[in-house]
Design a protein around this ligand. Sequence first.
Ligand SMILES: Nc1ncnc2c1ncn2[C@@H]1O[C@H](COP(=O)(O)OP(=O)(O)O)[C@@H](O)[C@H]1O
Ligand SMILES: [Mg+2]
Length: 274
Amino acid sequence: MHRIVVCNHKGGTGKTTTALHQAAALGLSGHRTLAIDLDPQGFLSRMMGIKNPPEERSSLALFDGEDRSLSDIKMHRVEGFDLLPSSKRLTKMIRSLNKPTDVLWTKEALDEGIDYDVVLFDTAAAITVYSLNALVAARHVVVPVTPEYQPVVGAEQTFRTVRMVQDQLNPDLTEPRFLLTQVDARKRTHDMYRQYLRDEYDDLVMDGVIRTSSALAESYEDGSTVFKRNPQSRGARDYANAADEVLRRLKGAPSSNDEAAREVPSSPPRFSPS
Ligand SMILES: Nc1ncnc2c1ncn2[C@@H]1O[C@H](COP(=O)(O)OP(=O)(O)O)[C@@H](O)[C@H]1O
Ligand SMILES: [Mg+2]
């Protein structure tokens, strides 16, 4: 089973859009896929039409201390994949999750065995016990990054967080892969930040990019994805290609210990449009 976290400490970089469309693309291509929404704001769940799920059928069930495995939870079937949606109570629950071992809940639930090929986590734009749970449970990290100053800063902070988790909590975690999102070929600064990331991080930057796509900007909250609404759109094609690339990379991924330690720059340059 492949376990992938989608995260970037900056908001609005396309995390939820990526988690949702990667899950849908993998599901449509025949992979048994589970998406787990660990963002208390629950945008992914809402986009899939699930607003107030029963708590025992939400990601809250991972943290309630009940002795149950994931296979005991009835998942929500959405477009080609299963979803464990977010719950409003995650925000309150965070106050009681303050022990060091509280970062282990999700890993323990997954390790008990569950019948999926891929599990994908969507996370909030902050380091919380929920995003740490995802990083401890996973092996792979996809960092959606719009090629602009603040998202790149967030992506580099995320890189450092991943390294910290790798050192202290989860040695199986591999180096993150950057996925460029909302790329606008007409913006000179987009080109410059894209080049900056390629120069600094080389093959950690995925080849495929997600261009701006009006089909992705529209939010329906009706449970449909762009693959159903507009399969010919740029958004559908870009996410289908990105999912193929993620799978290829997962299959050929070296273990984290084989990878040479990479320097993370202290901060990216500031390019201005002109
Ligand atoms: N490739 C894209 N083209 C156009 N709009 C996009 C694209 N990706 C995301 N968006 C829009 O940008 C906003 C932020 O995306 P979202 O996935 O919610 O980011 P995050 O989860 O990182 O906060 C949303 O309104 C979304 O519809
Ligand atoms: Mg989000």
